[in-house]
Design a protein around this ligand. Structure first.
Ligand SMILES: [Zn+2]
Length: 615
C-alpha cells in the first residue's frame, strides 16, 4: 500500500513539473528498513538451489523478477549510479567504469580517462563536476537527510557511489576495500571501538590470491574473495546492523558483494580457452561465497529481531561473459606484442585499428598517446597500457579519445567534428568484432547507427557525453541457457577465457533481481520488465522519499510487487537503423512501460546474443 500511495504523490509532482525540495514526504506510518544487496556480476539464470541456495530461497519465497535488466553499458559504476539515483545513465553521466573527463584527474595519475572504482577519484570527480558528478541526489543521501540511519558496505567504488558526498564516515557508515588505508573513507571512533570489541580489524583485509589476474602465460586466481568478504559481512552483522538498530529509527543500507564479479574476471580455470570460461569451479565457489554472505545477513536480521520490519532487495549490477580475443578483420591482431599470444586482439585494439584505418582511408595522421602513461606517445609494436588512448597530434587537445572498458568502449570527439565521426563510423563498420554503434544525437544521424537517445544515454549528465558508444560482438558458446555461457570480444587487459561484461548481449543485460520483506508479495513471479533504475525509484518509494530530480530519465516504482497490485502492461519493440553502405544495421530490442525503456539487446543481428540473426 505504501508504494501505491507514494506513486500517486510523485506522479502528480512529475506532471506538474515540480518536485519537493526536501528529502522526506510526510507519512503517518513508519517505513520499514531497506537493505539492497548487490551481488556483483551474478547472471540472471545461474541461480539454482544447488549453485546458490540462499539466493534461491529468497527468490522462491518472495518476489522474483526474471525479466530484469542491467543498464547499458553493462558496467559496475554505471549500474551503481542507476541503483543509487533511480536515473538512467544519460542523467547520471556515469557512462561506464572508465569515462573521459576532459580534465586530468590527479588521483588517477593525471589521466583524463580515470577508472571510477576508487574513492579518491570519485571525490575528485565531484569537485570537477559542480560538487556532484552524478548531478542527482542518491537514495542514501535522501535517506540520511530525512533522518534514517545509512550505511554502504563492500566493493570499492560502487559502495561509496551510494552516498559519495558523505566522505566523513559519520553521516553514512562506509566500509570498503580501502577502509583503514590512505585515501579510504574514515570510520568513527565509535565504529572502530565496536569493530575491535567484535574481534575485527580496523582495516579491510586485502583480496589476497583472489586479486591475482595472471597473464597470457600464467592462469589467474582459483580462490574466491573469502577473507575480504568475511570481514565485510562480519562487520555488517556484528557492528553495523546493531548500531543502526540501536538508533531506534528506520535505516537504509547497501551491501555490495564483489563476488562473483572479481573471481569471474580473474579466474584461472580457462586460460586462453573459451570453455569452461566463466563456468569453471572458481566461479561457482565465488557464487557460493556471496550466497553464504546473504545467508549470514538474513540470520543476523533474525537474531536482531529485524526480519519482519526489513525489506531486502537482491540484485546484480550486470550479467557476465567469457572473453574472446579473436578477430579475422583486426589489423591490431596481426601484430606481435610482448604480452599477447600471437593472433589475439591486444588491449587497446580499438584505438590501434581506428588510428590505422583513419590514416589509410583518410590520410589522417593520428598518433596515439597513452593517458595511463603520462600521455606518452605509443611506440611501434606497443599497445595502449590499459586500452585507453588519445588520438591526434596534441594529447592535451585530442581529436579522438578511446575510453576502453571491456564488452563495449566509449569514443569521444572533443571537437564534435562530424566529418571525423563519419570516418570513425566507417572504420568501425569494417571490423568483425563490432556489433552496434550508437551516436550522440548532437552529431546527427548516420546510416548503420542508432542515436544515444534510443538507449537512455542522452540526458542531463554533468560529465561529457560520449560521441560514439561501440558495442562488441557476443554469442553463446553452446549451453542450454545461452545467457549463462555468453562469449564476447572485450577490450581488456584480461586474457581470452577469463571474464568480462559491458556488452549489449542479453548475457550481460540479464541480471538477477528478487526481493523479500513486509512490502513485497510472497511467492510472486513478475512478468513485467524491471531494471536497476527502477530499483532506485522503488527504494525511494519504500522509504517514502521524494528527493529533487534534475533529469527526467527516471525509472518506475515496481508497484506490482506490492500485495494486491497487478503487473503493468509492457510492449516489446524492435528498432532498426537505416542500413550502412555495407548493409549493416544497428538493431535494438527493448520493452517499454509508459516512458520507461528496458534494453534487452543491441547490435548487428547475428553478432549479439539476444538479437534474432534473421532480423
Ligand atoms: Zn566487473
Amino acid at each position: 500500500m505504501r508504494l501505491v500511495r507514494w506513486l500517486v504523490t510523485t506522479t502528480l509532482c512529475v506532471v506538474a513539473g515540480t518536485s519537493n525540495a526536501g528529502a522526506a514526504s510526510p507519512r503517518r506510518d513508519a517505513p520499514h528498513n531497506v537493505i539492497l544487496v548487490v551481488i556483483d556480476g551474478l547472471r540472471g539464470r545461474i541461480v539454482t538451489p544447488e549453485t546458490a541456495p540462499e539466493i534461491a530461497k529468497l527468490r522462491d519465497a518472495g518476489s522474483y523478477f526474471p525479466n530484469s535488466h542491467s543498464v547499458f553499458p553493462t558496467f559496475t559504476t554505471a549500474n551503481a549510479s542507476a541503483l543509487a539515483t533511480g536515473h538512467q545513465l544519460g542523467d547520471t553521466g556515469d557512462f561506464s567504469n572508465t569515462i573521459y573527463t576532459a580534465r586530468p584527474i590527479t588521483s588517477a595519475g593525471s589521466s583524463v580517462t580515470p577508472f571510477l572504482e576508487n574513492d579518491s577519484v570519485l571525490g575528485e570527480l565531484d569537485a570537477t563536476f559542480g560538487g556532484n558528478y552524478l548531478d542527482e541526489m542518491t537514495v542514501l543521501e535522501a535517506a540520511r537527510r530525512a533522518g534514517y540511519g545509512t550505511a554502504a558496505i563492500g566493493k570499492l567504488g560502487p559502495a561509496l557511489i551510494q552516498d559519495h558526498l558523505a566522505r566523513d564516515g559519520a553521516t553514512t557508515i562506509v566500509l570498503d576495500d580501502t577502509t583503514g588505508q590512505d585515501g579510504g573513507i574514515p570510520i568513527t571512533t565509535d565504529i572502530a571501538a565496536k569493530l575491535t570489541a567484535a574481534g575485527l580489524p580496523l582495516a579491510t583485509p586485502s583480496r589476497g590470491a583472489n586479486g591475482k589476474s595472471g597473464d597470457f602465460r600464467t592462469p589467474g586466481t582459483t580462490s574466491a574473495n573469502v577473507a575480504q568478504q568475511d570481514f565485510f559481512i562480519d562487520a555488517t552483522t556484528r557492528v553495523v546492523l546493531p548500531t543502526l538498530k540501536a538508533r531506534n529509527h528506520p535505516f537504509a543500507m547497501v551491501f555490495w558483494s564483489r563476488d562473483p564479479d572479481g573471481t569471474q574476471h580473474n579466474q584461472g580455470d580457462s586460460l586462453n580457452r573459451l570453455t569452461p570460461g566463466i563456468n569453471g569451479p572458481s566461479t561457482f565457489a565465488a557464487i557460493r561465497n556471496a550466497d553464504g554472505d546473504l545467508g549470514k545477513l538474513r540470520a543476523a536480521l533474525g537474531r536482531l529481531g529485524l526480519a519482519a520490519t526489513t525489506d531486502i532487495i537482491v540484485t546484480s549490477d550486470h550479467g557476465f561473459s567469457t572473453i574472446s580475443k579473436q578477430s579475422g578483420s583486426s589489423p591490431a591482431a596481426k601484430q606481435t606484442y610482448a604480452d599477447v599470444p600471437p593472433g589475439f586482439l591486444p588491449p587497446g585494439f580499438l584505438a590501434l585499428d581506428l588510428a590505422k584505418a583513419l590514416d589509410l582511408a583518410k590520410a589522417l595522421d593520428l598518433p596515439i598517446f597513452d593517458p595511463e602513461a603520462h600521455d606518452s606517445r605509443l611506440v611501434e609494436g606497443a599497445h595502449p597500457s590499459r586500452g585507453n588512448a588519445l588520438l591526434g597530434p596534441d594529447p592535451t587537445h585530442p581529436r579522438l579519445v578511446v575510453a576502453a572498458n571491456g564488452g563495449s568502449d566509449l569514443l569521444y570527439l572533443p571537437t564534435h567534428d562530424r566529418g571525423l565521426a563519419a570516418s570513425t563510423i566507417e572504420a568501425l563498420l569494417a571490423q568483425d568484432y563490432v556489433s552496434g554503434i550508437f551516436v550522440d544525437d548532437a552529431l546527427g544521424a548516420f546510416p548503420g547507427t542508432l542515436p544515444l537517445s534510443a538507449i537512455n544515454l542522452k540526458g542531463h549528465a554533468a560529465t561529457p557525453t560520449p560521441s560514439i558508444v561501440v558495442n562488441f560482438r557476443s554469442a553463446s558458446s553452446g549451453c542450454a541457457t545461452p545467457t549463462n555461457c555468453q562469449v564476447e570480444v572485450a577490450d581488456s587487459n584480461l586474457q581470452q577465457g577469463q571474464g568480462m561484461h559491458g556488452s549489449f548481449g542479453r548475457g550481460d543485460t540479464q541480471n538477477f533481481t528478487a526481493a523479500v520483506g513486509p512490502d513485497f508479495r510472497n511467492r510472486f513471479v513478475d512478468p513485467a520488465p524491471v531494471s536497476n533504475v527502477d530499483l532506485g525509484r522503488t527504494m525511494l518509494a519504500l522509504l517514502g522519499l521524494t528527493p529533487p530530480s534534475r533529469g527526467v530519465l527516471t525509472g518506475r516504482v515496481i508497484q506490482e510487487a506490492t500485495p494486491g497490485q497487478k503487473s503493468p502492461a509492457s510492449r516489446s519493440q524492435i528498432l532498426r537503423s537505416k542500413p550502412a553502405a555495407n548493409g549493416l544495421r544497428t538493431v535494438l530490442r527493448y520493452q517499454q512501460i509508459g516512458p520507461v525503456r528496458y534494453l534487452d539487446a543491441g547490435g548487428f543481428p547475428g553478432r549479439t546474443l539476444g538479437l534474432d540473426p534473421a532480423r
